[in-house]
Design a protein around this ligand. Structure first.
Ligand code: SIN
Length: 306
């Protein structure tokens, strides 16, 4: 089930969604067994920003039928802290490392791209232009012009693959994807969470400290499928599809809609080993069904590589 993605050879098409699996904490909890049976074929880190961030005030989570609303607000150690503390640990994982980055201006994104471009531990960069929990992130990724200008600025700064994480909270997601492709993105990933809100049933006031948050989980799966399908009609570059994947069948659906890789997010909170199970289920399904990729080649039939 090996798959080639932006020059990386991956063992299977299942990776994690950024910020949904803490590999460092998981190693502490589950020990080296986690490294031997790592759930994903590549690891996408939680978003790194230039400066350290505390994140949004609590409460940060609300459970809804079919998913979660999160308003985490990108807490992280900042670039210097990540390079010193997290990168050495993440570099020990047995799979390629994709670092997710976000800046509050084009200059900040450029600084992050330059810094990670020099690190051989990093296989690719994912540009988060889509976090619904900080204002500027949403603005950059919601507009094709802004997205294109950002890519044009940072593309010349690195030879590493650049994946653009798209927001579903945009009027025309395929247009944003096309702008990213035209300005040199190597791949797009979607969907990030959908903006949502919950009220405290006792007080009627917003439950989340950040007032609104991002909805994820099985409830968003049909939206993810529709958006991946629409983006697949608009771009030639590979797509990482995600949104409510719980089973191999959900992953297969996203691939049929046009995704080359599939991200698992909210399901990992319920079952930290979900990635292993979903990859196994996907392999069984692919052995018995043909998936025609966007260029018309059949994949997944017995004896064929995906
Ligand atoms: C967050 O930390 O608020 C979530 C990150 C994201 O949605 O990009």
């Amino acid at each position: 089930m090996t798959v080639e993605f932006c020059g990386l050879e991956l063992e299977h098409p299942v990776i994690n969604g950024s910020g949904t699996f803490d590999a460092i904490a998981a190693r502490r909890a589950f020990g080296d067994e986690l490294v031997e049976r790592f759930p994903f074929s590549a690891f996408v880190s939680k978003t790194v920003t230039v400066e350290p961030r505390q994140g949004n005030p609590p409460p940060r989570l609300w459970e809804v039928a079919g998913g979660l609303i999160n308003s985490i607000g990108l807490p992280n150690k900042g670039l210097a802290g990540y390079l010193e503390h997290d990168l050495p640990e993440l570099a020990r994982l047995p799979v390629p490392l994709i670092v997710n980055i976000m800046g509050f201006s084009g200059d900040e994104v450029a600084r992050l791209v330059r810094a990670f471009s020099e690190r051989e531990e990093v296989s690719a960069l994912e540009l988060n232009v889509s976090c619904p929990n900080v204002e500027t992130g949403l603005t950059m990724g919601a507009d094709p012009g802004e997205t294109g200008r950002l890519l044009a600025k940072v593309r010349p700064l690195t030879a590493k693959p650049l994946i653009v994480k798209l927001t579903p909270n945009a009027t025309d997601v395929p247009a944003v994807a096309r702008a990213a492709e035209d300005a040199g993105a190597d791949a797009v990933s979607l969907i990030n969470t959908l903006r949502g809100m919950a009220l405290d049933p006792r007080t009627g006031c917003p439950w989340l400290g950040g007032i609104t948050g991002g909805v994820s989980g099985p409830a968003v799966r049909p939206i993810a499928l529709a958006q991946v399908h629409a983006v697949a009609q608009a771009v030639e570059i590979p797509i990482v599809g995600m949104g409510g994947v719980q089973r191999g069948a959900d992953a297969l659906d996203l691939m049929r809609a046009g995704a080359s890789l599939v991200g698992v997010g909210t399901e990992s909170f319920r079952d930290p080993a979900a990635g292993i199970r979903i990859a196994r289920e996907l392999k069984e399904l692919l052995a018995n069904s043909a998936v025609e990729d966007r260029r018309g080649a059949l994949a997944g039939q017995p004896g064929r590589e995906l």
